[in-house]
Write a protein that binds this ligand. Sequence first.
Ligand code: ZN
Length: 158
Amino acid sequence: MKRHVVNFHYTLRDSAGNVLDTSAGGEGITYLEGAGQIIDGLDTQLRGFAAGTKTRVQVAAAQAYGERDPAQVQRVPRAQLPVEGELHVGDQFQTGTDRFDPVVTVAGIEGDMVLLDANHPLAGVDLNFDVEVVSVRPATDEELRHGHAHGAGGCGHG
Ligand SMILES: [Zn+2]
């Protein structure tokens, strides 16, 4: 099957209509179809749309960032956390110094103990994307070999 490189703008809302994220004002998202560059449910449902199409795409939590896993919430002594200053419910920080270390959210504070939620912030959230497809073009052989979309200057790793 022929694969495409697609650029689109989106506004993401939860089921209550709250805006969670938007690409408005930026360059939009560019991805290679079927390469895992965007969440599966969105990738699949945007197939076949022409440039200029505006559509709403709904992606159930299970096809987006997964369901919430209660086992991912842990009670940790405040003193063990790598965070200076005051903590607030909703604060997010990395569990270590490497940029790939997981991000956790403070779900509660109980005296000297802190409840840390390692679920993705969008886990368990049904996602509603208002999408505008900006451009669609066939993927190049190089992009197919690399498994991702390239901008005007390629990706720099040959
Ligand atoms: Zn590349």
